[in-house]
Design a protein around this ligand. Structure first.
Ligand SMILES: [Zn+2]
Ligand SMILES: [Zn+2]
Length: 229
C-alpha cells in the first residue's frame, strides 16, 4: 500500500536526483549518471589515514560516511545547510545508514547525538543540519536521538578559515554535557554533516567519553578526501 502511495505521489511530485536535480524513478535517490560518478568512500580502508591497518588515534572508535565531500555530495550538503533542504537530509540519511547497517556496529548503538551548534549560530541559521540528519537516521535505525545532551558552550571561529593544526585548539573546551544520565554507559552514534580534520568530532567524542559514554561511533554525510593544511 505504501509503495502504491509512493508511486502516486511521484506522479504529482517526481523525485529529483539529490545531486543534479533531474527527475528520477520514485525509489531512486541519485540518477544513473550521478551514481556512476558518485564520490563514494572506500570503507575497507581507514577513512582518515587511507590504510587498511590503521593506527589512528581518535576518541571515536569508528568513522563511517558514504561520500567524499565533492561532485554533488558537497552541493547536496550545502543545500541542506544553507537552504534547509529537508529532502536532502532524508536522502543523505538513507546513504549514511546504508554504510553502517551491514556492519556489527549498527546493533551496538544505543542513542544518536548530533554535533551541536552554538546557541547564537543556531538562532541565526534556524536549525542544526547535524540534528536534521540525525533525526532521519534515528527514524531509519529506530534508535532515539538525544538533542540537548551534548551542547556547544563556546563560540568558536569557523573551522573552515583555520589551518588543520589550529582546528583542535579552536574547538577545545567548546563542548559540554547537559544531562549526564542520558549518556552514561551508552554507545553513541555521533552525527555531523562534514568531516574534515576530525577536530570537531574528536572534541565532541572526548567530551562524551569523559562524561561516561561507553563508545563513540561517528557517522557523517561526507568527508573531505584530503586533509587541508
Ligand atoms: Zn543526477
Ligand atoms: Zn587510520
Amino acid at each position: 500500500m505504501s509503495k502504491f502511495l509512493d508511486v502516486l505521489a511521484h506522479i504529482f511530485l517526481p523525485n529529483r536526483c539529490m545531486f543534479c536535480k533531474h527527475p528520477v524513478e520514485y525509489d531512486k535517490l541519485i540518477c544513473e549518471g550521478c551514481r556512476k560518478d558518485a564520490p563514494l568512500t572506500d570503507l575497507s580502508k581507514c577513512l582518515i589515514c587511507g590504510k587498511s591497518e590503521c593506527h589512528c588515534q581518535n576518541y571515536f572508535r569508528y568513522l563511517f560516511t558514504p561520500f567524499y565531500y565533492e561532485m554533488g555530495a558537497d552541493t547536496a550538503i550545502r543545500e541542506l545547510k544553507f537552504n534547509n533542504n529537508i529532502q536532502n537530509a532524508k536522502n543523505l540519511a538513507i546513504c549514511m545508514v546504508n554504510c553502517i547497517k551491514a556492519t556489527p556496529v549498527a546493533k551496538t548503538v544505543d542513542i544518536i547525538v548530533p554535533a551541536p551548534l552554538y546557541k547564537d549560530d543556531l538562532k541565526k541559521r534556524g536549525f542544526n543540519q547535524a540534528y536534521q540528519l540525525g533525526l532521519e537516521v534515528s527514524k531509519l535505525i529506530e534508535k532515539p536521538i538525544c538533542k540537548d545532551v551534548l551542547i556547544k558552550i563556546k563560540k568558536t571561529k569557523k573551522q573552515h578559515d583555520l589551518f588543520a593544526s589550529e582546528r583542535y585548539k579552536n574547538v577545545e573546551g567548546a563542548f559540554g554535557i547537559e544531562n549526564k544520565n542520558a549518556i552514561i554507559g551508552k554507545t553513541i552514534l555521533l552525527i555531523d554533516d562534514v568531516f574534515t580534520t576530525g577536530s570537531t568530532m574528536n572534541c565532541c567524542a572526548k567530551t562524551l567519553l569523559e562524561a561516561g559514554a561507553k563508545e563513540i561511533i561517528c557517522l557523517v554525510a561526507a568527508k573531505t578526501r584530503y586533509i587541508v593544511n
